[in-house]
Design a protein around this ligand. Structure first.
Ligand code: PRP
Length: 212
């Protein structure tokens, strides 16, 4: 096991924001913000090693111990239920999971509701709790197209600013759950690197509080 704390960050705009929170918390690595295609960055003195991974892959790295800790959207935790510890709500990347459909859509409960989504487990749980029969249509992107082309009646997807829905003449119909970025830990690392992880949690918590 590496001495350094291995940290998986989600590649992209949100990841850069999150890196800045780590830097503020005392775990910086300035090289990370340079325009480079490098994926791994170390700060030996601070004892941290960051790497960029696809946002939806962060939980896989952490669950399998390739990363000790990482940052992932609550949507991924709810959808895939990885065996990790959720340590802290970072209060960034805020959005919500919603049911959306065409303006004026009315659910006719005599028919099975056709639901297009990337988040099949979240959608299935949501409708099961309501006793509503659905037909899940798993898509991988551009979910908003589905009701427009009558592939589905509604979609279950993430809404942040609402722009994508608006520009496609869709409306949020029901809010399912709020989403934000969460700090997660590998279960064994949490035990064996408890002190180092504790310092990161403390630093990030202060940073979250200071931004409120
Ligand atoms: C998400 C989501 C919506 C969009 C919502 O897609 O699937 O399409 O963001 O954001 P808005 O409310 O601010 O318009 P994302 O950009 O993450 O890409 P994806 O299609 O790969 O999921």
């Amino acid at each position: 096991m590496s001495e350094m704390l291995q940290i998986a960050l989600p590649k992209g705009r949100l990841g850069e924001k999150i890196y800045k929170m780590f830097a503020e918390a005392g775990f910086d690595c300035p090289e990370i913000l340079e325009d480079t295609r490098k994926l791994i960055f170390e700060n030996k003195e601070a004892g941290v090693c960051f790497f960029w991974v696809k946002p939806s892959d962060v939980a896989i790295y952490v669950e399998r111990g390739a990363a000790d800790i990482g940052v992932v959207g609550k949507d991924i935790l709810l959808e895939y239920k990885p065996e990790v510890f959720e340590l802290l709500d970072l209060n960034v990347g805020k959005c919500y999971m919603a049911v959306a459909g065409k303006e004026g859509f009315r659910d006719n409960t005599e028919n099975t509701l056709r639901v297009a989504t990337k988040f099949t487990n979240i959608a299935t749980d949501y409708y099961r709790k309501r006793g509503r029969d659905i037909d899940i249509i798993k898509l991988n992107g551009s979910i908003e197209l589905a009701p427009l082309l009558n592939l589905s009646d509604v979609i279950v997807d993430i809404v942040e600013t609402g722009t994508t829905l608006r520009e496609n003449n869709l409306k949020p119909l029901e809010r399912i759950i709020p989403i934000s970025a969460r700090l997660i830990s590998n279960r064994a690392s949490y035990q064996f690197k408890n002190e180092a992880i504790g310092k990161v949690v403390k630093g990030l918590r202060e940073c979250v509080e200071a931004r409120k």
